[in-house]
Structures are given as C-alpha cells and as structure tokens.
Design a protein around this ligand. Structure first.
Ligand SMILES: Cc1cc2nc3c(=O)[nH]c(=O)nc-3n(C[C@H](O)[C@H](O)[C@H](O)COP(=O)(O)OP(=O)(O)OC[C@H]3O[C@@H](n4cnc5c(N)ncnc54)[C@H](O)[C@@H]3O)c2cc1C
Ligand SMILES: NC(=O)c1ccc[n+]([C@@H]2O[C@H](COP(=O)([O-])OP(=O)(O)OC[C@H]3O[C@@H](n4cnc5c(N)ncnc54)[C@H](OP(=O)(O)O)[C@@H]3O)[C@@H](O)[C@H]2O)c1
Ligand SMILES: Cc1cc2nc3c(=O)[nH]c(=O)nc-3n(C[C@H](O)[C@H](O)[C@H](O)COP(=O)(O)O)c2cc1C
Length: 588
C-alpha cells in the first residue's frame, strides 16, 4: 500500500532528511502490530523482508519484532515469523530472510525452531535456495556450544545455495551492541541485494535509526528499581534445599506482565567475595576503573554491581593462558571436557589464589570480566490476582567446592542481601511461547516439579481470577512431602474448592525407590490421554537437563500405550501438539 508522505517534497529538507523523517513519522503512526507493518511513507516500493525467530524465553523474539518495527523506517516491508510456523510460508515468493535465533540445551535449537531445523536438513529445503539471508545468533559463552543453533542454520542455508548477504554475528548475553551493529550492516547489504534493486539507493547509513527497546519505559537496558516486599522460606525443617517465595512490588513502574512471563533481575555481588577479590588483587577498592556502559566507578563498586565476578569467562582464561602453561593446555580445542571439569566449582577468586601468574592491575582486570548478567525467574503470580506485584519461587544456590562456601549470585542476593533500603533492578521478559489457552474452557495439564511449579501457581491464580471453567491438573514433585511441598495450603484449598481438578504429587525421597512426576504420568496414562483427546494443553517447567527429557519420553510412551499409536504416529502426534502450541515448555 502506498501512503501519502508526512513531509511533502517541497518542504525545506534534503531528500535524505525527508526520507528519514517520513519513515520516522510513519513508524510513529503505524499500527502497533509489527507482524503486518505498513510500508513506509517513502515514495519507493518497500523491500520485502521476512524475519524468522527461534526463541525459548522471548529474547530473540523480542529482537525480531524490534527489527521489524524499525525496518519500516528503513525502506522495508517486514513480516515476523515464528519458526514453528515455517510450513505455512510460501517460500517461493520470499526474497529476503533474516533469522534471529537463540540456542538451548547443549547446542540445540530452541523448541519452536526444532521442526524448522529438521525440515531445513531435508531436500525440501532447496525451496529456500533463491533467498538473500543473514543470521543473528544469540547465546551465552558460558555454554560450550556457543550459538550453535545460529551457526547450524547459517551453514545449512549457505549449503543449499541461499545467498548470505551479511556475515553472522554470534552474540553473548550482552547482545545489544553486536545486534545493533549486525542490523546496521544487514540493512546496507539487504537493500543492495533487494529485488527490484532500485529500492536500494536511498537507504544509506544516514537513514538508519539506532535500534532502541520498544514497549514500556522500563526494559532490560533500563530496569525498574523495585522493592522486595516479601521474602519467605518455602522449605521446612529437614529439607535439603532452601527455596524461597519472593514478592516484588511493581508499583509506579507502569510495567505489565502476563502469566507465563519471566522477571529479569540484576543482582549485586556478595560484599565478602568482593573483599576477597580486592585482597587477592592487592587493591583497597578506591581505584577508579571503567565500567561497561561508560563512565568510571571505584573498583569496589564496579566489582559489586557491574561485573560477573564468579564464573571465569573466556577473556580472563585467555589472558591467564598467556603466562600459564596449564591453562594454555586446557584451552586447546580437544581439551574442552578437561577444561569443563577443571572449572567446575572454581571461580575467579580461585584463579587469583591458585595461579601465581594471574596478577592484574585493576583497570586491566575489569576488562577481563563479563558484564553482570540478569537472571530470569518464571513469574509465579497472576497480574489479575496480585495487581502491582510479581511473585517468584526461587531455589537458593549454595554449595561448597575447593574448600570454599559458594553462593549463587542472584538467588542469594534476593535471599540475604536485599533489605527495605535496597532497590532491586528488574524487567519483564515476555514469553509469548508459554501461555494459557485463550479459551478458558480448555483443560490444562501442568508438569512442574521443584521450582518448576512457579508459572503454574500463576496459571492457577489467573484461571481462578478469570473464573475459567477448564479443568486443571498439576503434577508436582520434590524430595520430601513433610518439608518440600511448596504452596501446599493454597494448592489443597484449590483442590478442595474444585478449582484444581487433580493434583498428582511425587515425593522422590519419601521411599526407598525414586518416584518422579513422570512415574505419576505413566500411572495415570489413560486419564492423561483422555484429557489430551479433549484438547488439553500440556505444559512443562523446571529442570531442562533431565526432567524435561524424561517427561517428554513419558508423553511419548502414553501416546503409544494409552493412545494405541504406532511409533511413527506418536512422533507425529507430539509434533502436532507442538505446532498447535498445545505442548509448551519453560525449562532451564
Ligand atoms: C527462563 C528461565 C526461568 C527460570 N525460572 C526460575 C525459577 O522460577 N526459579 C528458580 O529458582 N530459578 C529459575 N531459573 C534459574 C535462574 O535464572 C538462575 O539461573 C538461578 O537462580 C541461579 O542463579 P544464581 O545467580 O543464584 O546462581 P549463579 O551465580 O548463576 O550460579 C549458578 C552456577 O553455579 C554453579 N553451581 C551450582 N551448583 C553447583 C554445585 N553444586 N557445584 C558446582 N557448581 C555449582 C553452576 O555453574 C551454576 O550454573 C530460570 C532460568 C531461566 C532461563
Ligand atoms: N543455574 C542454577 O544454578 C540453578 C539454580 C537453581 C535451580 N536450578 C535448576 O533448576 C531446576 C529445578 O531445580 P529445583 O531444585 O527446583 O528442582 P529439581 O532439582 O528439579 O528437583 C525437583 C524434584 O525433581 C526430582 N527429579 C530429579 N531428577 C528428575 C528427573 N529426571 N525427572 C523428574 N524428576 C526428577 C528431584 O528428585 P531427587 O532430587 O530426589 O533426584 C526432586 O524430587 C534444576 O535444573 C536445577 O538444576 C539451577
Ligand atoms: C537451559 C539453557 C540452555 C542454554 N544453552 C545454550 C547453549 O548451548 N549455547 C549457547 O550459546 N547459549 C545457550 N543458552 C543461552 C541462550 O541462548 C541465551 O540466553 C539467549 O539469549 C536466550 O534467547 P531466547 O530468550 O530468545 O531463547 C542457554 C540458556 C538456557 C537457559
């Protein structure tokens, strides 16, 4: 659709300025939907652009939508595609494809991109060979398979003959700056590869607006300073765990969330650990050092608030390796497993204590640390039941290793370092992929052992507040009924009131053999299958490494035994559940 420009041709602007202003104003007045963004108000036809995202917890999805919103002003007609819906795309008529994907598990695709990846490896994917494309990969260098999903997709697209118009960028947790640079680079190239090519010539670097977070005022890059109003232990005497219920006030923030979203929290480090580091560095903490977002702070303040001072990152290890043969050898690509083993339970402080060559001036030391990363927590409240608040259900990380008591940075920050005066920097991480069914009559099955119960407490409160009539079945598991049955009273009340239709518990250590949630699923296979046949949505939250895999296997078994499906039909059935968004996971 061609629209009338906001700034007419005879206005006192250069053509570049006019193009920019028209695009900018068009962006401001465009409908809120980025998926179907209008063509910009520039005179030239827009460059068609498809942005496909693979995302587990919403970061890549949010980025894809922001790219789409802003590409209107850059002479494009964008469309955002969830990788799970790739089969509905008429690829023959596509021209330009941007892929924005995170990596999950151990170098795996995020759930919503798994089926796309399976398809991409088949001959049918040759239908993409005419595309111009570029890949933006999100990941975390703490994982050995850094950005593996993006790397695989990038390589495969090149292999089938698609034209890479810009090199892939692999982003670490602090993705904003590299993502912005990638976007600027892509737009320059995209335009010169576009068909018809005439669209290209007016889109230059000067016409590009910097990428900014959209939505509310507070965001990951501008967190809200919130107050912690409740900090209560959920585990009782005799428990092997410390799990806590936190309530955080969002009053005055204007922040909104939906059940299924996560809260991002920026912690501060433990002052005792900062003291130990200062001692090991031979510093008093008053030394001025540069901080990641510009400016200077005292070394003590910078180590407390701005840097990850626990996990040794690649840059620190590389620097130590320059002077230390043992670390140098461990960094050899074939010694990955040995390096992982050596690092397990060791922190930055151990490197300073154990390796005599690890000596740094304060200014250099901070350049070798990673920026403090926020931690995500599945929200365990519903905005409809707990207005202005966010509740969290957090396992506090404490362990001993190499002769030291260790503390998880964020979980212990919330548990023991936040008082009435301390502000907690937070943001909402939207998770479009983990949502209650729109129809309140739809039954739901929730598998949430341990802290995995968090979003399901939110779901149950939400359905209570909205008087949704659909049946609710919760599977909860922990070690011992007497001390680890989180939210027991409110769950039993919901059961007594009939809001919770079924509550199946699995206390793993109350008997000699382990009983887990998947055992309860299998014991109730016929009924669980019947719920699925009634259209139930199936949700899993909690441990990704073992539980989520075993629950997935149990679901397959149930489809085979109670559903009477063949092995091939089972795979198809589970795939269909996923593509209908009836099988959703929030695993970590
Ligand atoms: C989408 C999402 C939702 C989440 N929701 C929740 C939730 O609802 N509740 C919740 O509790 N958590 C949740 N998490 C996990 C949470 O984000 C944090 O990872 C967790 O709280 C630990 O953070 P921390 O800063 O306390 O620990 P960190 O300082 O990050 O330390 C954790 C690290 O310590 C090391 N470690 C831990 N135990 C040991 C050990 N025994 N020996 C040696 N090393 C060890 C491991 O390397 C581990 O990665 C979620 C994560 C994601 C991605
Ligand atoms: N990044 C971090 O540092 C961090 C911090 C906190 C939590 N987490 C992770 O968060 C997840 C949840 O932790 P959590 O402490 O709340 O609960 P959890 O460790 O998942 O334990 C909850 C229950 O699940 C059981 N369980 C163990 N293996 C299982 C399996 N394969 N299938 C099904 N159930 C199984 C446990 O039994 P047993 O214990 O008796 O085996 C326990 O009864 C885990 O991945 C944990 O590692 C990570
Ligand atoms: C359970 C889990 C596993 C992960 N595995 C990897 C990995 O193997 N490689 C990697 O580079 N990043 C890994 N990440 C980091 C994510 O890719 C990164 O946080 C990304 O920004 C998340 O984007 P999303 O919210 O769009 O899914 C993992 C994160 C989690 C929580």
């Amino acid at each position: 659709m061609k629209s009338v420009p906001f700034i007419p041709d005879n206005a006192p602007f250069s053509s570049q300025q006019r193009l920019w202003l028209n695009g900018f104003l068009a962006g401001l007045f465009a409908s809120a939907s980025a998926d179907q963004a209008e063509a910009p108000a520039a005179a030239k036809p827009a460059v068609p652009l498809t942005i496909l995202f693979g995302s587990q917890t919403g970061t890549a999805e949010g980025l894809a939508r922001r790219i789409a919103k802003q590409s209107g002003a850059r002479g494009c007609q964008p469309r955002v595609i969830d990788a799970a819906t790739h089969a509905s795309v008429d690829w023959k008529s596509e021209t330009n494809l941007l892929v924005v994907t995170s990596t999950y598990g151990d170098g795996d695709m995020p759930d919503n991109a798994q089926e796309f990846w399976d398809w991409l490896q088949t001959d049918a994917a040759s239908v993409l060979s005419h595309l111009n494309y570029a890949v933006l990969a999100l990941g975390d260098t703490n994982y050995s398979e850094f950005c593996a999903a993006g790397k695989k997709i990038d390589e495969r697209l090149a292999q089938i003959g698609a034209k890479r118009i810009h090199d892939r960028t692999d982003c670490d947790v602090d993705y904003e700056a590299p993502a912005n640079a990638w976007i600027d680079g892509v737009f320059g190239k995209l335009v010169s590869h576009a068909t018809p090519a005439e669209d290209a010539k007016d889109i230059t670097a000067e016409t590009l607006r910097p990428l900014q977070a959209s939505g509310g005022v507070y965001s990951k890059t501008n967190p809200f300073s919130a107050r912690l109003i409740t900090n209560r232990k959920l585990t009782g005497e005799g428990s092997g765990k410390e799990t806590r219920h936190f309530e955080i006030s969002l009053e005055g923030s204007g922040l909104n969330y939906e059940s299924g979203d996560a809260l991002g929290v920026y912690p501060s480090n433990c002052p005792a650990l900062v003291d130990d580091l200062l001692r090991a560095l031979g510093c008093d903490g008053e030394e001025a050092v540069a901080i990641p977002n510009g400016g200077e702070l005292s070394l003590r303040k910078a180590l407390t608030d701005c840097f990850d001072i626990t996990k040794p990152g690649a840059e620190l290890l590389q620097k130590v390796a320059e002077k230390n043969a043992m670390i140098r050898e461990l960094l050899a690509p074939e010694r990955k497993a040995d390096l992982k083993k050596w690092l397990w339970g060791r922190e930055v402080i151990d490197l300073l204590h154990e390796i005599s060559e690890a000596r740094f001036a304060p200014a250099e030391f901070v350049t070798l640390l990673k920026k403090m990363a926020p931690r995500l927590y599945s929200i365990s409240s519903s905005p409809k039941a707990h207005a202005g608040q966010v509740h969290l259900t957090v396992g506090i990380v404490r362990h001993d290793s190499h002769g030291r008591a260790r503390k998880g940075v964020c979980s212990t920050f919330l548990a023991e370092r936040v008082d009435e005066q301390t502000m907690v920097p937070v943001f909402i991480q939207t998770s479009h992929g983990f949502r209650l069914p729109v129809n309140g009559d739809t039954p739901i099955i929730m598998i949430g052992p341990g802290t995995g119960i968090a979003p399901f407490r939110g779901f149950l409160h939400e359905r209570l507040a909205t008087e949704a009539k659909g049946k609710n079945w919760l599977f909860f598991g922990e070690q011992r009924e007497a001390c680890d049955f989180y939210y027991r009273e409110e769950l039993e009340q919901m059961l007594a009131d009939g809001h919770l239709t079924r509550l199946s518990t699995a206390f793993s250590r109350d008997q000699s053999e382990k009983i887990y949630v998947q055992n309860r699923m299998l014991e109730n296979a016929a009924e669980l299958w019947a719920w699925l046949q009634e259209g139930a949505h199936f949700y899993v939250c909690g441990d990704a490494s073992r539980m989520a895999k075993d629950v997935d296997a149990a679901l397959h078994t149930i489809a085979e035994t109670a559903g009477g499906l063949s092995k091939e039909a089972v795979v198809q059935f589970v795939q269909q559940l996923k593509s209908e968004k009836r099988y959703q996971r929030d695993v970590y």
